[in-house]
Design a protein around this ligand. Structure first.
Ligand SMILES: *[C@@H]1O[C@H](CO)[C@@H](O)[C@H](O)[C@H]1NC(C)=O
Ligand SMILES: *[C@@H]1O[C@H](CO)[C@@H](O)[C@H](O)[C@H]1NC(C)=O
Length: 424
């Protein structure tokens, strides 16, 4: 939410919030229970049940709005734009994007790790009913895809935690299967030299999309969602690792993460561990659904940045320029700056639709300032990002419906690059 500058604004904000809360509850109710939205259509189910041209009618009997009149909101695209900066695109310089070879498959909620000129791209949804169980590799030198190989069958297919020491890729927990299936606590290690997989000690409990990093010889796993996919977890575990092996027999409990939930970026830089953005809450399996059908639940997206340093205490850093989630593999480090491409911000207050992010952000670690350094070719979440030889690359994710509609639509296989120019 915006920071109000005066009394009048605060009062307005409170009223808006109360109204939104009402809408949120009803929106969630509709999402979860309307037979219309229970259709098997991937987009209508996963993305948004609301037709943008339709009228949203709030039923009279809804207890939360018992003493208000039924509301009718005409969503006309004009109101959309005047609501709040949170949902709007921020002013951003145009970037010249070059379209590269498409990835072999489209991916939503995939994972990626860059090692030198290779981007290893893992798992992900192809559609809501189909998940990938293999790795594709993009070579930044040759600008080609290749080298596909399988993941272990038991490895999660989305919402993974993943990090590398430069040779071994540590893969922790995540969701196993399509739709909103359950998570696995199992962890794996890939030796990128031999492309062999090994097991790693499972987590004390499974998580969805926890913040994951290697820091001072230990693999850290923090936050994420709990087993029901929605409830934010605050636990933080670590284990000493070396050359793809755990050096300890159990995970150590560490200081809790200040904000639980999935999909935040987690970066180790200058010997400090940073967590950026993310959300609380996520889609959940519809109770009793044999296919664990995804149904939407309330989500709160954050702009917060926290840092863990020598004292093992979390310290707040300047927040992002808007709340941003689904960015766990959407970042790279260039010249002492963190660069983040796309994501999701707070849902639209009227349409309730998910709002995608189309900016490229820079967090300059010398000055601790955020800036917008460009626009992506479209708004997109769960991008997989790399940087090589002056070029910023991104692939995969789910893009918007078009320039005037930031709600999610198509799952992408595109690979793009632009010459990166940072602000000093
Ligand atoms: C990447 O591409 C370059 C140029 O085509 C090639 O020389 C190199 O061997 C490739 N790397 C790998 C690991 O395949
Ligand atoms: C990073 O720093 C180097 C050395 O100052 C500079 O040449 C380069 O352009 C910078 N990279 C970007 C992306 O700004």
């Amino acid at each position: 939410m915006a920071r109000p500058s005066g009394k009048q604004k605060s009062t307005k904000l409170v009223i808006v919030c109360v109204v939104l809360l009402g809408f949120g509850l009803i929106g969630d109710y509709l999402w979860a229970s309307s037979p219309h939205f229970a259709s098997s259509s991937y987009i209508s189910n996963w993305v948004s049940p609301n037709n943008p041209q339709s009228n949203v009618i709030i039923p009279k009997q809804e207890p939360h709005l018992a003493d208000t009149k039924p509301l009718k909101i005409k969503v006309d695209g004009v109101h959309d734009r005047s609501l709040s900066a949170t949902f709007a695109d921020l002013p951003a310089p145009e970037l010249k994007w070059e379209k590269m070879a498409n990835a072999p498959v489209p991916r939503l909620d995939g994972a990626a790790i860059q090692i030198k000129d290779l981007l290893y791209v893992f798992a992900g949804y192809g559609t809501i009913d189909f998940v990938h169980s293999h790795v594709d590799i993009y070579n930044f030198t040759g600008n080609t895809w290749g080298g596909r190989f399988d993941m272990p069958k038991e490895m999660a297919h989305s919402h993974l935690g993943m990090v590398t020491d430069g040779r071994y890729i540590y893969v922790v927990t995540g969701q196993h299967g399509p739709q909103c299936r359950g998570p696995t606590a199992r962890n794996f290690v890939l030796d990128t030299k031999t492309r062999k997989w090994q097991d790693l000690l499972p987590l004390p409990a499974p998580r969805y999309a926890p913040a994951t990093q290697l820091w001072r010889g230990r693999l850290h796993v923090m936050g994420g969602s709990k087993e029901n996919r929605h409830t934010p977890a605050l636990e933080h575990w670590s284990i000493a690792v070396k050359d793809g092996k755990a050096l300890e027999k159990e995970w150590r409990t560490e200081i809790q993460i200040p904000r639980g939930g999935p999909h935040r970026a987690c970066v180790v830089v200058n010997d400090k561990l940073l967590i950026i953005g993310g959300q609380e809450g996520d889609f959940m399996a519809k109770p009793g659904s044999p296919i664990f059908k995804c149904s939407r639940r309330n989500e709160i997206v954050y702009d917060e940045v926290h840092m863990l340093d020598d004292e093992m205490k979390w310290k707040p850093l300047p927040p992002m320029l808007k709340p941003d989630s689904h960015i766990e593999f959407a970042w790279t480090i260039v010249n002492n700056s963190i660069v983040i491409a796309g994501g999701t911000t707070e849902k639209h207050p009227i349409t309730k639709k998910m709002v995608l992010v189309g900016e490229v952000f820079q967090f300059n670690l010398d000055t601790l300032t955020w800036s917008v350094i460009g626009k992506l070719p479209y708004r997109v979440k769960t991008t997989l990002v790399g940087f090589w030889n002056g070029w910023l690359y991104f692939t995969s994710g789910q893009r918007d419906r078009g320039p005037d509609d930031p709600a999610p639509k198509k799952v992408m296989a595109d690979m793009w690059r632009t010459k990166l120019k940072l602000n000093s």
